[in-house]
Design a protein around this ligand. Structure first.
Ligand SMILES: [Zn+2]
Length: 269
């Protein structure tokens, strides 16, 4: 599942390709994934594109919004005018086509149909986004706020808290495991057992790793691709999908909160 760095990468690329352009025709090929109502509001201009947690939001003129959730296998592809052939390899999984006023074409593809593209008004968008917690790369996500989040749930497992979207939004299984490894914290730890120093280490490492992953256009494991190709952060993974840590200690894989979690029993205490 794409997490914050992967979705942020896609948002930055979408901005370069389609921001301020007008969708002159919109075609729904799979109404399980894409709201049919979008066809009826063309033409519409894309005034803003931004990320919230793992979702992409297109702000349209007309006070409407498209809320895109990629889930496991949602992708975007874009071809300039006359280059539509480049989209041929992805034809099979196209769920929607955005025809833009510069003659280019954006497709939304969904291989396993878990994602969605929903049409929202301001109220229904806000209602949906209000369930989400703090953005870990926003100024509001201070060490103090992070501490408060952990200390309100002293008995909860630290890894489970990190991936709880209602507390901190955008971190999933990959970056939670990586962050805990770099902070040297055993993922079994309860939030209430963490010292001030340990909380600081998790906070610092999480932010560091999210920023570094964005620099490398996200992590490609399974089938994440951004608009211009694959991510590069998989080269830097320390524990996710690995058998040994950087110091060649054997990793242990356990289930925490129902999710597979790898960690190093020697480096993480
Ligand atoms: Zn180790």
């Amino acid at each position: 599942m794409p997490e914050l760095p992967e979705v942020e990468t896609i948002v930055r690329q979408l901005k370069k390709k389609i921001l301020n352009k007008t969708v002159v025709k919109f075609e729904v090929l799979d109404s399980k994934v894409v709201d049919r109502g979008i066809e009826k509001i063309v033409p519409f201009r894309i005034d803003k594109i931004y990320r919230r947690a793992k979702s992409i939001i297109f702000e349209l003129n007309k006070d409407r919004f498209l809320l895109v959730h990629l889930r496991m296998t949602g992708h975007f592809h874009h071809a300039k005018k006359g280059k539509e052939n480049e989209l041929k390899p992805y034809e099979k999984f196209v769920a929607a086509k955005f025809y833009l006023n510069d003659g280019s074409l954006l497709t939304h593809n969904s291989i396993r149909k878990f994602g969605h593209v929903k049409l929202k008004n301001k109220e229904s968008l806000q209602k949906e986004l209000s369930k989400l917690g703090l953005e870990p790369l926003d100024k509001e996500f201070t060490l103090k706020r992070f501490e408060e989040i952990l200390l309100k749930k002293k008995k909860s497992n630290v890894k489970v808290l990190l991936v709880d979207q209602s507390l901190i939004a955008g971190i999933g299984n990959i970056y939670a495991q990586e962050g805990l490894y770099h902070a040297g914290i055993d993922p079994h730890r309860k939030a209430g057992s963490l010292s001030q120093k340990e909380i600081e280490a998790i906070y610092r490492e999480l932010i560091k790793i999210l920023k570094k992953a964005i620099e490398h256009h996200g992590t490609t494991v399974e089938n994440y691709v951004h608009i211009e190709g694959s991510g590069g952060f998989q080269k830097y993974l320390a524990v996710y999908g690995k058998k040994t840590c950087k110091k060649r200690h054997e990793l242990r894989k356990v289930l925490i909160g129902g999710r597979g979690t790898s960690y190093c029993p020697r480096c993480q205490k």
